[in-house]
Design a protein around this ligand. Structure first.
Ligand code: PLP
Length: 471
């Protein structure tokens, strides 16, 4: 499919939608099929733009899939509304069973379905708090999460997110001395010393974490929260060897909840062979998390659904304790959303689409590496796993010096790519230069090799042209 750009017959109206009217690309998506979208921007119609990031790592099946219309129709026919804190429903039961059965045996025992990743992390934090209260351990309140992390927009989720963009909200966040604690990010590209092996780097990070637990008193630490493959905050940086296993070990040793956020990297985006959880790339079945959040590709953008999965360790404490979970969202475990997500997941499984995105994502990275890192340009690193890949942009590849955030390099690249027919996510550098600008790829699982070639062609051309402009 070729991109076509034409004038629209009538000039587009100004946007009335808050975010679009003040930020973003100033564009409106007006249609789409497969991995392509049609977008109107500034009086021009851009047809067949390749959506290289499926919205925001969301649309596993692309846009406007005929079978999904049937799934939606069927879900509408058999769904009704039930208030989840009072009553369950068949749709949410079936989706929970699907996720639990398709994860390693015994890791998850229950699920709570919500409408966004932020809300899911908010609920996970509440569940963790109540879990320790049930056990008569009210002082276990501290959540240790990482530098350069992002877990959502709600205030609880932001409190455990450490990145420059949440600093403005500090007055509204948890106490970041006594409740939310920070540990270093696992950022191999910049923070592993040349003299260290990956395992030694992991050990250094784990020693820092263990010291933090001991210094604070393990009796005050509730959970260690990690995004398995950090996406928007760090640019799809795979955990160094042994790192996640080490965190699992420390959590068990000190009676702390091992909490993974797989909202962006999970539900098949990074796995070969139909597996759902990104951590299955790095951990054995017996080392799975105690609690995990998921979202994005779960409903593939057709419905607003995300969720929290809890392991037997947590569930049993509630079942054998008060048998009561405080709090209820009006739309939690919404039957229609659950049925659509289940239909989408069954289609992904039946058509072996996780195997496809794993292969195509790795191919994309390989081609980008070959064409970008062997030439002189602003690409510093290409990294990721399967369908979740990033390019970090630097002023100097040898020193890894990041661009000044004021130059807006990622925004310029994102805009340039769009003008040339490719949508990518652009994330800005940290103001203190500790992380460079990133372009993030998370295409739909249905991507073909021809799409990969087209994406690489456009992206490489845009990187080269921006490199020349920045000289
Ligand atoms: N957690 C991670 C790792 C995310 O990347 C995001 C969103 O990008 C969220 C949580 C929040 O999800 P949502 O935007 O659906 O609230």
């Amino acid at each position: 499919m070729t991109v076509s750009i034409s004038e629209t017959k009538t000039p587009s109206e100004p946007s009335y939608v808050f975010q679009a009217s003040v930020s973003g690309l100033g564009a409106q998506v007006v249609g789409g099929k497969g991995i392509h979208i049609d977008v109107e921007k500034g009086g021009k119609m851009y047809k067949n733009i390749i959506d290289g990031v499926s919205g925001a790592a969301v649309g596993a099946l692309g846009w406007k899939d005929d079978e999904v219309l049937e799934i939606i129709n069927d879900a509408a026919k058999k769904s009704t509304y039930s208030y989840a804190p009072l009553m369950s429903n068949k749709g949410s039961e079936e989706l929970s069973k699907f996720y639990i059965d398709n994860s390693p045996k015994g890791v998850f025992a229950s699920a709570l379905w919500l409408t966004s990743g932020s809300e899911s992390n908010e609920n996970a934090l509440r569940i963790i708090r109540q879990y320790y209260l049930e056990r008569g351990l009210p002082d276990k309140v501290k959540i240790i999460s990482r530098d350069n992390s992002y877990h959502g927009f709600t205030m609880g989720a932001q409190s455990v997110s450490w990145n420059p963009r949440v600093d403005d909200y500090k007055p509204y966040l948890f106490d970041q001395v006594n409740v939310a604690l920070k540990m270093p990010s696992a950022y191999t590209y910049r923070l592993k010393k040349d003299s260290e092996t990956e395992e030694q780097y992991s050990q250094r990070l784990l020693d820092t974490l263990e010291k933090k637990i001991i210094d604070n008193g393990p009796e005050t630490v509730a959970a260690v929260l990690v995004e398995t493959l950090p996406g928007s905050s760090l640019g799809t940086t795979p955990p160094p060897k042994g790192y996640l296993k080490g965190i699992r070990h420390l959590c068990t040793k000190y009676d702390i909840i091992f909490y993974l956020d797989e909202v962006m990297c999970g539900t098949g985006r990074c796995n070969p062979n139909g597996k759902l959880n990104c951590w299955e790339n790095f951990l054995d079945a017996s080392e799975g998390p105690d609690i995990q959040t998921v979202g994005k590709t779960l409903g593939s953008g057709f419905v607003t659904i995300a969720g929290v999965l809890v392991g037997p360790k947590i569930k049993d404490v509630f079942v054998n304790g008060s048998n009561y979970i405080f709090g209820g969202n009006t739309y939690s475990s919404h039957e229609f959303n659950c049925y659509v997500a289940l239909g989408v997941q069954k289609k992904i499984a039946r058509e072996h689409l996780t195997a496809n995105i794993f292969e195509m994502g790795n191919l994309l990275a390989e081609k980008l590496r070959k064409q970008l890192l062997t030439e002189e340009n602003i690409a510093g690193d290409v990294r990721g796993v399967g369908g979740f890949q990033s390019v970090e942009l630097v002023k100097n590849r040898d020193t890894k010096e990041a661009f000044d955030v004021k130059l807006g390099v990622s925004t310029r690249l994102k805009t340039l790519c769009f003008e040339n027919g490719l949508s990518v996510m652009g994330m800005p550098a940290n103001p203190d230069g500790t992380c460079g600008d990133r372009a993030i790829f998370a295409p739909a699982f249905i991507i073909t090799e021809q799409d990969v070639d087209e994406m690489v062609k456009i992206f490489v051309k845009c990187v080269n042209s921006l490199s020349t402009a920045l000289k």
